[in-house]
Design a binder for this molecule. Structure first.
Ligand SMILES: [Zn+2]
Length: 81
């Protein structure tokens, strides 16, 4: 069995901070910048991984249950003794 947790990741090229691999792709990389090309590769690989996962197990109506957060509001109405 394979388990992959939620991955949140950000990558930005310091020379081309506005570069978005989703929009431009490989063709929008200026001067063959290795950082931007790396972002394109990460983006493409990620897309491919998602496609593979969807092929393996198409998304179903998953229960959209978020982990229960502690109810912080309740403290406002409690008398502090
Ligand atoms: Zn760059």
């Amino acid at each position: 069995m394979l388990k992959i947790g939620t991955v949140r990741w950000r990558g930005k090229c310091s020379r081309h901070p506005m570069f978005d691999p989703f929009e431009g792709g490989r063709g929008a990389v200026r001067g063959g910048c290795p950082r931007c090309l790396s972002l394109v590769e990460i983006c493409e690989t990620h897309q491919k991984m998602l496609a593979l996962m969807r092929t393996f197990a198409p998304p179903t109506d998953r229960k959209r249950t978020k982990p229960a957060l502690p109810d912080l509001q309740i403290g406002l109405f409690e008398e502090v003794g």
